[in-house]
Design a protein around this ligand. Structure first.
Ligand SMILES: Cc1cc2nc3c(=O)[nH]c(=O)nc-3n(C[C@H](O)[C@H](O)[C@H](O)COP(=O)(O)O)c2cc1C
Length: 391
């Protein structure tokens, strides 16, 4: 890929025929398989092969949900009975996540899965978050030690029932059933872990506010898609077809036959930024529409916005997601309106009164639609454990 194609947003080719990269994840044609290459999703099977406790923990942890599937984590195993988790400076999202808040949420989810997996083998874990101090609030946390995990064998330790859900959890981005409500008893279950971290949670399940959040999230998505630098950040992470997916095993995977064929014939330019009024823009927004389905929204917020609270939001979020999975319910984060880049400021500001939170006191860390999916989602690619471990 030349620098020219990476950075010139004005190129116009056949995007109008097929829309933006995010449009095309699921289209299938005879002769083109729509399943991810086996090697790219092997991580979802491999954890069972690990016998060393720390590798067992990490092999489960790397299945964590994380923004744009960047997998922004490095693990240092050079000290016995410890894991040092470092935020990978090469796997940040400086345009859409300018302070690395979402990246740290992903690291928090990673930590929580590691802790759950350790309990499965009878190890208690003490998590020391930011042992070298928290990164500044407005700077990217690349290279920061996010946590040290200290292991102690404890035969009396209870296993965590959520362990069984780690390999089954998926972020399902398909349409959900609008007519089906979540059982009332499930909302408090989703919220149950957040209190222990001092976080706030809540649900939006009334049709009036659901509709208002749909409009607001749609507006912020449209803004991210039409802002050249934020579109291009995602475009650079598009992995189109089995060869790119297997090579990178991260980012936004596209297996649809149409984009693959058009990319291979040079007819689809992933670096063309959609502009309002164009066919490409309509198709990007068409792809958005399933994201406006579901039974409601689940949110997690922190008092203030410390780096620790961001990590803990990730821990609480993945527990909620695993709990949902155990109940046959899907969760899909929609982060655009929570993001800190200037162009989505209006939606950011509008979300707080809808959720009934004061932005001067609290920070909404996660907003996810929830519901019952019509179509199952496949496991997403992951890099090998060996690529993130120093031993
Ligand atoms: C902090 C955070 C923010 C996310 N934001 C979005 C989002 O705005 N839109 C989306 O489609 N997925 C979002 N996701 C989900 C990721 O895309 C997903 O976790 C990743 O692709 C890996 O897939 P998996 O969760 O199925 O393993 C987010 C996840 C996290 C942890």
């Amino acid at each position: 890929m030349s620098n020219d194609s990476k950075h010139n947003p004005n190129r116009r080719r056949a995007i109008g025929l097929i829309g933006g990269g995010m449009v095309l994840a699921t289209t299938g044609l005879a002769g083109c398989s729509s399943t991810y290459p086996e090697a790219a999703v092997r991580a979802w099977i491999a954890p069972v092969e690990q016998t060393d406790v720390r590798r067992f923990m990490l092999a489960h942890a790397l299945l964590a949900p994380n923004p744009h599937n960047r997998q922004p984590w490095l693990a240092d195993l050079r000290r016995n009975d410890e894991i040092t988790l470092v935020c990978d400076k090469d796997r940040l999202l400086p345009e859409t996540d300018p302070f690395g808040r979402q990246i740290l949420i992903g690291c928090g989810a990673f930590i929580e899965l590691a802790v759950i997996a350790a309990a499965e083998l009878g190890y208690r874990v003490r998590v020391d978050t930011f042992p070298q101090g928290e990164p500044a609030a407005n700077e990217l946390p690349g290279g920061a030690v996010v946590a040290k995990l200290f292991l102690t064998a404890d035969a009396s330790l209870a296993r965590d029932p959520l362990f069984a859900q780690i390999r089954l959890r998926r972020t399902n981005k398909n349409a959900y059933d609008n007519a089906r409500r979540l059982p009332d008893a499930l909302w408090p279950q989703l919220a149950s872990s957040a209190g222990a971290f001092g976080l706030l949670t809540g649900e939006v399940s009334d049709s009036d506010r659901i509709e208002r959040i749909r409009l607001l999230t749609r507006a912020s998505f449209a803004t991210e898609m039409t802002t050249p630098r934020t579109w291009l950040e995602s475009a650079n992470l598009l992995r189109i077809g089995p060869a790119e997916i297997e090579k990178h095993r991260d980012g936004i995977s596209v297996m649809g036959a149409v984009p693959r064929l058009m990319t291979s014939f040079g007819m689809f330019d992933r670096f063309e930024v959609p502009t309002p009024g164009s066919t490409g823009y309509s198709q990007v927004m068409e792809r958005w529409m399933p994201f406006e389905t579901g039974s409601g929204y689940f949110w997690i917020a922190s008092k203030g916005n410390s780096r620790r609270s961001q990590v803990e939001s990730g821990r609480a979020y993945v527990r909620a997601h695993l709990q949902a999975t155990a109940n046959g319910v899907e969760m899909h984060p929609l982060s655009q309106a929570l993001q800190e880049f200037a162009e989505v400021r209006a939606q950011y500001d509008a979300l707080y009164p809808l959720i009934k939170l004061d932005p001067a006191q609290t920070t909404i860390q996660m907003l996810a639609r929830v519901g019952y999916a019509k179509v199952a989602a496949p496991p997403t690619p992951r890099r090998d454990l060996a690529q993130m471990v120093t031993a």
